[in-house]
Design a protein around this ligand. Structure first.
Ligand SMILES: NC(=O)c1ccc[n+]([C@@H]2O[C@H](COP(=O)([O-])OP(=O)(O)OC[C@H]3O[C@@H](n4cnc5c(N)ncnc54)[C@H](OP(=O)(O)O)[C@@H]3O)[C@@H](O)[C@H]2O)c1
Length: 325
């Protein structure tokens, strides 16, 4: 697989998100054995960036990733996140220095490692100045527990303030054919030399064409996030299918799958952008990594860029409270 640069960190240009193996899209009790095979297959195919977080589960996704990486730790760039579990009783977003010092020890233990390659603040904590958060993260770098620092869903002012305290290697935010606001952020990231890790690059599965009707959604577990996501509900779901039809038309031309084209469009935006599609199945990680070989023509990229905006916000109103814009 070709590589990409996140700041000074080189990674395979398609990563793997492991959230859905234990959180968000599954309900409890998905198939851990298949999830572990999926992580191993990803590594064999050249994926290096493996993405988890303390809050996924909470905790059990990091444990699963730790188990999968036993004996393979050196082959990956391991990323996790703190700040959405409070160990101090502060509630909700907690990036206070005390919370980070506790969180990092738990993540290291569950992941079975002595260092985290890329440690992200999961959401900006309005109660803690970003300078205080970055100060304690810089200490963790000095101690060797963390190699690189990232932010997630932070907006321009916070990114600049954070980077002034210690270099930020990557911003992880939602970016895909149907969530485009990072286009405004990209010039700032490029000015500062920060990479962009694109989460939910397949639009939570919608941009693969796998979900064709509200009935497909009804069949999902009640704990599945998508049941409340504005883009998946009622009329919005039906209208958004037109967008997928547009991707499918390009996919047919390119001889690729719908999901591969959604990923190839992101890769075409620059070699400082790394999508981390999530799957818990070997067959799908093979398909997703196949996007590395899909070359879109400039006309195809332009057609995709010109697709209509989706109906509905990319998060619920509650979740948007923690997303800086
Ligand atoms: N920083 C943040 O706040 C944040 C937020 C959300 C996610 N993330 C990270 O980003 C990663 C990816 O995002 P995401 O999981 O939300 O969304 P995504 O990658 O856009 O989509 C994942 C969904 O698509 C399905 N899927 C994957 N490949 C497929 C294929 N080839 N064909 C059909 N369906 C396919 C998966 O189902 P199966 O698993 O059943 O294959 C899963 O339901 C997460 O795992 C997590 O690590 C970070």
């Amino acid at each position: 697989m070709r590589t990409a640069k996140l700041g000074d960190l080189e990674v395979g240009r398609i990563g793997l998100g492991t959230m859905g193996m234990s959180h968000g899209y599954t309900g409890a009790g998905s198939d851990d054995a298949e999830s572990i095979r999926t992580i191993h297959r990803a590594i064999d195919l050249g994926v290096t960036l493996i993405d988890t977080a303390e809050v996924y589960g909470p905790f059990v996704n990091e444990e699963l990733v730790g188990k999968a990486l036993a004996g393979r730790r050196d082959q990956v760039v391991l990323a996790t996140k703190f700040g959405l579990v409070s160990h101090t009783g502060a509630g909700n977003a907690d990036s206070s220095p005390d919370n980070i010092r506790t969180a990092v020890e738990g993540s290291l233990r569950r992941l079975g490692t002595d260092h985290i390659d890329l440690y992200y603040q999961h959401r900006v904590d309005p109660k803690t100045p970003i300078e205080d958060t970055m100060g304690v993260l810089a200490e963790l770098v000095q101690q060797g527990k963390v190699r690189h620092i990232g932010l997630s869903e932070a907006w321009i002012d916070t990114v600049r303030r954070a980077h002034a305290v210690h270099p930020v290697t990557a911003l992880q935010s939602e970016f895909s054919l149907w969530t485009r606001d990072q286009e405004e952020m990209l010039p700032v990231l490029r000015e500062l030399g920060i990479g962009l890790v694109a989460y939910s690059p397949l639009g939570r599965g919608f941009l693969t064409g796998a979900l064709r009707s509200v009935a497909d959604l009804d069949a999902l577990d009640d704990s599945d996030f998508r049941k409340n996501n504005p883009r998946f509900t009622g009329e919005n779901f039906e209208r958004n299918l037109r967008l997928v039809d547009g991707v499918r038309a390009v996919a047919d031309q390119a001889g690729a799958t719908v999901g591969q084209v959604a990923l190839a469009w992101l890769l075409a935006q620059g070699d400082d952008i790394v999508p981390i599609p999530g799957t818990k199945r070997v067959s799908r990680v093979e398909e997703n990594v196949g996007a590395d070989a899909v070359e879109l023509t400039p006309e195809q990229v332009a057609t995709l860029t010109a697709l209509p905006a989706p109906e509905g916000g990319h998060h619920t109103e509650d979740q948007m409270q923690l997303i800086e814009r």
